[in-house]
Design a protein around this ligand. Structure first.
Ligand code: NDP
Length: 481
């Protein structure tokens, strides 16, 4: 056998990762795909890669040095299970099977257990960066056993993206499903980031009447400051793009109905199960759903709203700066919520996850790569057990600078009838955290009224119930647990 690693599944992601692997010193890559044509094409188009093609699982196993290492890049779900099963039939105990697809972390936990029981090592690995990342350097989020990480670390470090300080964007995230969990939250944060940028664009456009090309210049300018990030950068490029057919800005001829492949929804569903308020990510996910309900929007256009002239901006430059600050503050909230979910997931599933290390491996290769992630890394370096990310001194300072503008923009959007769900829910979350006292006390009383759910008091220990349907005296409740 000549290959030290193999890739199964040669669609865009698998073939680009295979090419990336083959381009690194010392690697020989075996490749296999269910339908032969993809293998033939890849090998023919990239003779420089020196691929070892296999046309059956037996040939694939025979091509790999022991312990064998196989990276699966096929459709998530049943296809992944089918490929794992086929590999176990031809592999031997001690071999390593990596799933680099977008698998749900609970599937990864299940698979890791089943594969481990049969003596193999299983690594669920989040891969971010799309096809370009796969080819030139993705951000990699491997989970799985420590033993597999020892073998994989040099290979994964060699193909990962490199952060500005020279660090490769890969770390052993944690055991079993930890890698796919963190990748899921990465995607949730990506949803929030994109929605916030879209809201900023919409407010500027409707508030100042600037053209998409003019707004592109604003984003390009923002990309030189604290908002510097891949998503801001590509937004400028998108807004500058002109449709060849109509001569209009491309953004004006694209149907305003956003798609989703489900990872945002997973992040929100998981957060609901864990009881983590990722409201910014949730609003971003729901905003995509709302946009895609074209039938509902079609019958709702006549709903009453503010007068057309309710939105006038006197000083366009000042307004743009306020939007920038609102965007930055909301972005801090989105990341704080995302890291909160990772913390809660780690506690629930027994993973040890270094949050600072996660922020560092997102600095290059992935879609949410941003300068800002260095600030998060600094925050966790100073205080590894930070309870709430946005309470780190740097963020407190940034929020202090931004909060006035943030409130103004959310208020302006509401008055003008412009939806800004992610801006406003982020602000509500911020004010909820800040509040000395929340109306949750009233909710507890209501729950006690209709369901005898009991409450606790601020002035003495114990659990209490008011006899609402009796004489309304308070009694100490039996501990129902
Ligand atoms: P696809 O998700 O489109 O999957 C196509 C590949 O899966 C083909 O190689 C196909 O083989 C194979 N496949 C499907 N069903 C089976 C099966 N039952 N048995 C064996 N092989 C099967 O490919 P992508 O390259 O887009 O993505 C691969 C994985 O990476 C997915 O899990 C995706 O979610 C994830 N991912 C994708 C990113 C992206 O930007 N596209 C980014 C990060 C992760 P055949 O040619 O025979 O049909």
């Amino acid at each position: 056998p000549t290959a030290n690693i193999g890739v199964v599944g040669l669609a865009v992601m698998g073939s680009n990762l295979a090419r990336n692997l083959a381009s690194r010193e010392g690697n020989t890559v075996a490749v296999y795909n269910r339908s032969r044509s993809k293998t033939d094409e890849l090998v023919a188009e990239h003779p420089e890669a020196g691929f070892v093609p296999a046309f059956s699982y037996e040939e694939f196993a025979a091509a790999l040095q022991k312990p064998r290492t196989a990276l699966i890049m096929v459709k998530a779900g049943a296809p992944t299970d089918a490929v794992i099963e086929s590999l176990m039939e031809v592999f031997e105990p001690g071999d390593i099977i990596i799933d680099g697809g977008n698998s749900l972390f609970t599937d990864t936990i299940r698979r890791e257990k089943a594969v481990r029981e049969r003596g193999f090592n299983f690594v669920g690995m989040g891969v971010s960066g799309g096809e370009e990342g796969a080819l030139h350097g993705p951000s990699l989020m491997p989970g799985g056993p420590d033993e597999a990480w020892v073998t994989l670390a040099p290979i994964l470090r060699s193909i990962a993206a490199v952060a500005p300080d020279g660090e490769p964007c890969v770390t052993h995230v944690g055991h079993d499903g930890a890698g796919h969990f963190v990748k899921m939250v990465h995607n949730g944060i990506e949803y929030a980031d994109m929605q916030l940028i879209a809201e900023a664009y919409d407010l500027i456009r409707r508030g100042t009447g600037k053209t998409p090309a003019e707004i592109a210049d604003i984003f390009a300018e923002w990309n030189t400051g604290e908002l510097e990030s891949y998503l801001i950068e590509i937004t400028a490029e998108v807004l500058r793009q002109v449709d060849a057919e109509t001569g209009k800005p491309l953004v004006d001829v694209i149907l305003d109905s956003a798609g989703a492949k489900g990872t945002g929804a997973w992040t929100v569903q998981t957060a609901l199960d864990l009881g983590v308020p990722v409201s910014g990510i949730a609003e971003a996910t729901f905003a995509r759903s709302l946009s895609s309900h074209r039938e509902q929007r079609a019958v709702s256009g006549g709903l009453p709203g503010p007068a057309e002239d309710a939105f006038t901006v006197d000083d366009a430059n000042a307004f743009v700066e306020q939007v920038r600050l609102a965007l930055y503050a909301s972005k801090i909230v989105a990341y704080s919520q995302g890291f909160d979910e990772i913390r809660a997931g780690a506690a629930q599933y027994g993973w040890t996850i270094d949050l600072g290390a996660i922020s560092k491996i997102w600095r290059a290769g992935c879609i949410i790569r941003a300068q800002f992630l260095n600030r998060i890394a600094d925050a966790y370096a100073a205080e590894p057990n930070l309870e709430v990310l946005l309470t780190a001194p740097y963020f407190v300072d940034a929020l202090g600078r931004a909060q006035g503008a943030w409130r103004h923009i959310v208020g302006t959007a509401a008055t003008a009838g412009i939806p800004a769900p992610a801006f406003s829910s982020s602000l509500a979350y911020y004010d909820g955290l800040r509040a000395k006292r929340l109306p949750a006390a009233l909710i507890q009383a209501q729950r006690d009224f209709f369901g005898a759910h009991t409450y606790q008091r601020i002035d003495k220990p114990g659990t209490f119930h008011t006899l609402w349907s009796g004489d309304r005296t308070e009694v100490e409740a039996e501990d129902t647990h």
